[in-house]
Ligand binder design. Structure first.
Ligand code: ATP
Length: 371
């Protein structure tokens, strides 16, 4: 056991560091459940307006308590300080609500790793499934899920109802398997040739013609840039909420990238389709193997692999080239190094390496963002 793991004192976390958003809390909860270490978060979400914890963050705290019988202090809306003490995670089936339009994919990413490491189970999550500034359900299923599989983390996902802002009221069900055969090394430093672009255009509770207009615009904007794509328009089941989404899934020889654009009132369907196409076009201009969001999200499984926390296999190393080194990425990296004996470093060309920390070694090297 290393120093980083032996320490019984709560991990002290300054929530205003770097990006200063909700991700610090969500990842701290995941890591606390996996390592058994408690934490004290202060200045929570100091860089956001309004600052402090929001209902969707509290839903993650409640979820972490439900999985482990752990305890928290200070978990209230608007709170800037929180203490969390985990219990042992119990494999099993859980039904959790994020409340009005909180993100179920973000809640899932928080609880999935502890549940998988503990032996698996199922999560039925209710709230928003397609919300701004978070992974959409389609991104989770199309991009994040295959990435997790590369680390020996398997799941089955099923969308029951889509939930859009502001009502939310969506639901998805995840069957989480125990970890199997983690790899020794994950190398995602080149995407290789482009194989396929699928345009998915969806409407929930709104006229189907909107889905056709979104996908026509996305296909045309891609064609103008020299990319050929194929489209499928689908209705999504909803309960109370209505909304639309365009999701582009780009398959490369070695990696997958995904781009979500959401409809909003007063925003033409064509603009939504073009927005998704432009995100993909920007990605194509970079040498990145992974889109910028996966670039911060992959750090958690990579760190678990490097710390030997994914089953009995020896610690492994992950190397990848994200579209951009974002502040989300660097903030997340520093957090992981607080809980686990790992080192995250970024090369001059932007390649990220997550490796076991050498005995007596310091934390990562250059970690400046490019933006
Ligand atoms: N379009 C997108 N596709 C996939 N993932 C996304 C997208 N937009 C944001 N994300 C991911 O969602 C997460 C959001 O983290 P952030 O710290 O901003 O959390 P938050 O709780 O939403 O923040 P806030 O503190 O603003 O409430 C990040 O992992 C980011 O990569």
């Amino acid at each position: 056991m290393t120093d980083a793991e032996r320490d019984d004192a709560p991990v002290e976390l300054d929530g205003s560091e770097g990006e200063g958003g909700g991700q610090i809390l969500r990842s701290a909860l995941s890591l606390s459940l996996i390592t058994g270490r408690s934490f004290h978060l202060y200045r929570a979400r100091a860089n956001r307006q309004p600052s402090g914890l929001r209902p969707q963050h509290l839903a993650c705290v409640r979820g972490a308590e439900a999985l482990s019988g752990g305890r928290s202090e200070g978990a209230e809306v608007g709170a800037s300080e929180l203490r969390f003490e985990p219990g042992p995670v119990r494999p099993g089936d859980y039904v959790l609500e994020v409340g009005t339009a909180g993100s179920t994919p973000l809640l899932y990413q928080c609880l999935f790793y502890p549940l998988a490491v503990a032996g698996g189970g199922s999560l039925t999550l209710r709230g928003g499934t397609h919300l701004p500034h978070s992974p959409s359900y389609h991104y989770l299923a199309g991009v994040w899920q295959p990435m997790a599989r590369a680390f020996g983390l398997h799941m089955t996902l099923r969308l029951v109802h889509a939930g859009f802002y502001p009502e939310g009221a969506g639901e998805f069900v995840a069957e989480v398997e125990p970890v199997r055969e983690p790899p020794r090394r994950v190398e995602l430093t080149a995407r290789g040739t482009l194989r396929d672009i699928a345009v998915g255009s969806f409407v929930g509770g709104l006229p189907f013609g909107i889905a056709e207009r979104q996908s026509n615009a996305a296909v045309a904007a891609l064609r103008e840039r020299g990319f050929y794509s194929h489209a499928a328009n689908r209705p999504l089941p909803t309960t109370r909420s209505v909304g639309t989404v365009t999701f582009l899934l780009a398959q490369f020889e070695h990696t997958i990238a995904g781009f979500t654009a959401l409809g909003r009132r007063g925003h033409p369907a064509e603009a939504v389709g073009r927005e998704a196409a432009e995100s993909l076009a920007r990605f194509m201009e970079s040498p990145g193997a992974l889109d910028e969001h996966l670039g911060d999200q992959i750090l958690l499984p990579a760190a678990l692999l490097a710390a030997g926390r994914l089953g009995p296999a020896a610690p492994g190393t992950t190397r990848y080239l994200p579209e951009r080194v974002t502040e989300h990425l660097t903030t997340h990296a520093r957090l992981l190094e607080r809980f686990l004996p790992v080192r995250v470093s970024v090369d001059a060309d932007g390649t990220v390496e997550v490796a076991p920390r050498p005995p007596g070694g310091s934390t990562g090297g250059r970690l400046a963002t490019d933006g």
